[in-house]
Design a protein around this ligand. Sequence first.
Ligand code: XMP
Length: 508
Amino acid sequence: MEKILVLDFGGQYDLLIARRVRELGVYAEIQPYNKITLEQIKENGYKGVIFTGGPNSVYDESSPHYDPAILDAGIPVLGICYGHQLIAYMAGGVIESAGSISEYGKTDVYAEGSALFEGIPGKSVCWMSHTDYVSRAPAGFEITARTDSCPCAAMADESRRIYGVQFHPEVTHTEYGKTVLSNFVFRVCSCRGDWRMDDFIERSVEKYRKKLSGKRVLCALSGGVDSSVAAVLMHRAIGDDLTCVFVDHGLLRKNEGDDVERVFRGGFNMKLVRVDAEERFLSHLRGVTEPEKKRKIIGEQFIRVFEEQSRVLGKMDVLVQGTIYPDVVESGKGDASTIKSHHNVGGLPSVMDFEEIVEPLRELFKDEVRAVGLKLGIPEALVMRQPFPGPGLAVRIIGEITKEKADTLREADAIFREELEKASVRPSQYFAVLTDTQSVGVMGDARTYGHTVALRAVTTDDFMTADWTRIPYEVIDSASRRITNEVRTINRVVYDVTSKPPATVEWE
Ligand code: XMP
């Protein structure tokens, strides 16, 4: 299989680069610069290497460097940003700091003849983000692009097939970024572009089948997209050596526990332990109203449940987690290979003492995870589902949590979701919230004093900011009618028209 190596020098964009290359149909693999030797690079038969950006200046003592012999190894190299400067440094060019006049944002770039710029107009827009710049290209390199303040925005040694660009072709703001990467991958590295998502599945299955043979592997299944896809992928690799544990804390959405069980135990025939812990969670939450305290209790009880399970199941060697790329970015890059340095495990106790954590999806973006899930045969309704917070309905019941309130909210939430789905309205996230307000109503001739439910629907790409969704009035109307008719204790429905910020997506 043809592969491109993305050699990571600590930039923000390593996965974005890999993703862009994969979009071109060529498998891209990321390795930190200090985890792979030049010998290994040669042995692995990469068709080309891309040096990523990085936060450092090449002259800093601590800045990441690489064996300069890579430039003579006969493998095409493309350096981006810091990677471009590093190539210049390794080949004897000069790098200077622009001091306070760093170049940042969309910038006009003037490109000249180079294999990298085939099909790109002489003037186009690129995305810059740097302070240091190459002030003199090394011997053997030609300057192939410049901007008004950057004399060497790109350089090339066509004979050795070594290229550097100061700008970021991987970000969409660079008008012809895709063409630059495509030129590198196809024209320079002569790739064919026949890699598909199926290959990711096959490769992962083969890799983990070898790596985990004879090990006992645990996957904490939440029923969310990521852990589900990770579980099915690992199940394909190691079958019954995988045990999934699904904790039903009594704060799941309507039918969720049964759906998870049906898909994984019934559909995929996986070893699944469903722990019914509703009573445990609700009794610990009794009387608690403070949101952070609720979260702490839930986290703590997850740990207790897993401790109990570890006694029942016996020692497990490996933990599978559904970490995906945005999680990796959010928790900061670090060596996530041991449980101690990893904080993303939410709810798994240290006594479980895993030898290793495996995160088969850590290089994928959400849409890629979904594509893998569909190819693995996971039902679309599960693969395309909206995000649901780990603490479940606990964050959507304001004030004290009781079983009666959880049941009430579950019904209202299911109706709202059904009505939106019926109308084919698909906000990024949509749910009901049980507010802590009760109010007077009238039903028939009788006075009622019931709960107020708030409906929430948001439109967002990244959940960091969000707009409230303008769902049609008729849909709100039918949801409101059905909720007040079918859920006896609710007599008032309101729609949340606040964006994030200043609100958040969840109420809690
Ligand atoms: P907020 O309310 O912070 O939510 O605007 C942003 C997104 O994060 C989800 N969320 C969580 N997801 N565990 C999760 O897995 C949590 O504790 C949690 N809290 C919020 C929320 O549903 C929304 O998609």
